[in-house]
Design a protein around this ligand. Structure first.
Ligand code: HH2
Length: 279
């Protein structure tokens, strides 16, 4: 029998940064960021991922005070939105303030390696955590990344980080995993991870994919970041087929429609079951 098709959860991106690779500066003003978050919820985002530090290749780190200044008003302004809130940070102090403001997911691109206090915070506060694979660090990660077998290496890393999280007191059921598309990876690394994503899904936790507008889509299509929606959706649908359940995107309406129809088609049935572990 075919594996059950997860109900796709669309995570809308709210970058409160001057330098994000595709929308840097667009939502730096908190009023604009809050309005953007509400618009993404209206388009079908069940989750909003709010971030105050770019992790694009070459990005310079942001200080804690500045990151707090960027994200806290936006989280507060979105606390009543009809979506869960996620904080995209690797700093425990930022995550703590975000949880106080209503976030229930910590999206840590360092997978609990960036801040020694992060695991204890997530364990204590009982929120969900997304652990992402990254080779190196944003400033240098795209300088000649190498793997033995990229899928096996990323899977082993995520398996180790999952056990680390559990050993630190985080409930296994609270952990989501992400192969980190574009984080220390060539175009072929990204494509192979997507083609064999079922091997990551086999770790038994919800898998998040973040391909939205990323440069490998530009390499294939020749398009600028804002024109990579169709490419993003192609990868999201393939990831859904391979068992991913959370899709981190900038262009929510298009991704939501494509994923709903793709999931219904894979099931051969509509409406979908009503519950999912990522809600
Ligand atoms: N990608 C980005 C940022 N955070 N988090 C997860 N879990 N997975 C991802 O693939 C991921 C992520 C990069 O995208 P974006 O936020 O648009 O750009 P920037 O880092 O330049 O702000």
């Amino acid at each position: 029998m075919a594996a059950p098709v997860p109900e796709p959860v669309v995570m809308g991106v709210v970058n409160v940064t001057p330098d994000s690779f595709s929308d840097g500066g667009e939502w730096l003003d908190p009023v604009a960021a809050i309005a953007h978050g509400h618009a993404l919820v209206a388009q079908g985002a069940a989750l909003l991922d709010i971030g105050g530090e770019s992790t694009r290749p070459g990005a310079e780190p942001v200080g804690e005070a500045e990151e707090l200044r960027r994200v806290v008003p936006v989280l507060e302004g979105l606390a009543q939105a009809r979506a869960r809130l996620s904080i995209d940070t690797s700093k425990a102090a930022v995550a703590a303030a975000a949880i106080d403001a209503g976030a229930t997911l910590v999206n840590d691109v360092t997978a609990l390696r960036g801040d020694a206090e992060m695991a204890a915070l997530v364990a204590e506060r009982g929120c969900d955590v997304c652990l992402m694979h990254m080779l190196g660090e944003p400033r240098t990660m795209q300088r000649d990344p190498r793997y033995g077998d990229v899928v096996a290496d990323v899977r082993a890393f995520l398996a180790e980080r999952l056990e680390h999280a559990v050993a630190e007191g985080i409930a296994r059921e609270r952990v989501w995993l992400d192969p980190g598309i574009g984080f220390g990876k060539t175009i072929d690394h990204n494509l192979e991870l997507l083609a064999r994503l079922d091997e990551i899904v086999a770790l038994g936790r919800p898998v998040v994919v973040g391909t939205s507008r990323k440069s490998f889509l530009g390499t294939i299509t020749g398009r600028e970041p804002g024109d990579r929606v169709a490419g993003t959706i192609a990868t999201n649908v393939i990831a859904l087929v391979r068992g991913a359940s959370v899709f981190r995107v900038h262009d929510v309406a298009a991704a939501r429609d494509a994923l709903l129809v793709a999931a219904a088609t894979l099931r051969g049935r509509w409406p979908p079951p009503t519950t999912t572990s990522t809600r």
